[in-house]
Design a protein around this ligand. Structure first.
Ligand code: FES
Length: 250
C-alpha cells in the first residue's frame, strides 16, 4: 500500500460500452477483492475507484465517464496516471472458503465483484457454488459479454436482467442455505431493497457483505466525508459486514 501518489503506467485500455472503459495499470504489489485506489488528476481533483481485477502485470479499474476526474482519465490510451493505494478492507475471501457465494451487483458498480469473481475462479476448488445476479443498467452489451466470460465455469451460475422488477425476482429465486454468503455491490437505494429481500429469505446478517459506494474525499480517514455510524468507509470499509452497521439502513 502506498500513501503517496505514484505514477502507474496504463498498459491497456478496453472499451466497455460507449461511456465506460477498462483500464489496466501496471502494479506489482498485492491487492485484494473489495479494495480501491485513489487517482489524482492535477488541477481537477481526486476520485476513488474499486479495483476490478488483478493479475501478474497489474490491476484493472472500470472508468465511467461521469465526474470531472473520470472525464479527464477517459480519453487516455497510454501514459502515466497518479495513483495511491490499494486501500481499505475488502471481502474476507479466505474466511468464505467452503461456502456457497451469491454475488449481486449492478453494471457500473460491479467492479468489486469482478475481482471477487476472478478470485473465486483462480481458487475454484476452495469454494462451493457461486451464483451471480446482475442488473445491467448502462453500459449494457459489453458489460454482459465480459460478465459471461468471467462466469464461464461449471460452478458459477449467471443471471442478469435490465429491469429492476425482474432483478428482485431473480434474487427471490435463489436458494440461500446456512452455508451461503452474499456479496453486494449496488447503489444505496437498491442496497436497502436487496437487504430487506435477503431478510425475507432468512439470510443471516453476518453472512452479508457489501461494498459501500461513498464519495471519499481524502481516502485517509481524515475529512469525515465518508462516515457511516462512526465508521469511516475509506479506512473501516469500503466492504462492511451487515451486522456491523445494522442501524445505517433503518
Ligand atoms: S474520505 Fe475522508 S475520512 Fe473517509
Amino acid at each position: 500500500m502506498t500513501y503517496e501518489y505514484a505514477d502507474l503506467k496504463i498498459i491497456k485500455k478496453e472499451a466497455n460500452g460507449k461511456l465506460a472503459s477498462i483500464f489496466s495499470l501496471r502494479y506489482k504489489g498485492a491487492a485484494h477483492p473489495g479494495q480501491y485506489i485513489s487517482i489524482w488528476v492535477p488541477g481537477i481533483g481526486q476520485e476513488t475507484f474499486p479495483i476490478a481485477h488483478q493479475d501478474s502485470t497489474g490491476f484493472n479499474i472500470l472508468v465511467t465517464k461521469k465526474s470531472d476526474v473520470s472525464k479527464n482519465i477517459f480519453p487516455l490510451k497510454k501514459g502515466l496516471i497518479l495513483v495511491k493505494g490499494p486501500f481499505g478492507h475488502g471481502f474476507p475471501m479466505n474466511n468464505l472458503k467452503k461456502t456457497n457465494l451469491v454475488m449481486i451487483g449492478q453494471t457500473h458498480l460491479f467492479s468489486p465483484l469482478w475481482f471477487a469473481l476472478s478470485y473465486v475462479k483462480e481458487n475454484k476448488t476452495s469454494y462451493l457454488k457461486t451464483s451471480i445476479v446482475a442488473l445491467q443498467t448502462k453500459p449494457k452489451k459489453a458489460f454482459i459479454e465480459n460478465l459471461k466470460k468471467a462466469s464461464s465455469d461449471k460452478n458459477i451460475n449467471l443471471e442478469y436482467t435490465e429491469k429492476a422488477e425482474d432483478f428482485k425476482k431473480l434474487i427471490k429465486k435463489i436458494k440461500f442455505t446456512k452455508n451461503t454468503n452474499v456479496l453486494l455491490s449496488l447503489k444505496e437505494e437498491y442496497l436497502k431493497e436487496v437487504l430487506s429481500l435477503l431478510k425475507s429469505k432468512k439470510v443471516q446478517n453476518k453472512n452479508i457483505y457489501f461494498y459501500l459506494h461513498r464519495k471519499m474525499n481524502c481516502a485517509q480517514g481524515i475529512c469525515g466525508s465518508c462516515a457511516v455510524l462512526g465508521e469511516k468507509t475509506c479506512v473501516d470499509g469500503p466492504v462492511f459486514r451487515f451486522d456491523d452497521v445494522l442501524g445505517f439502513f433503518e
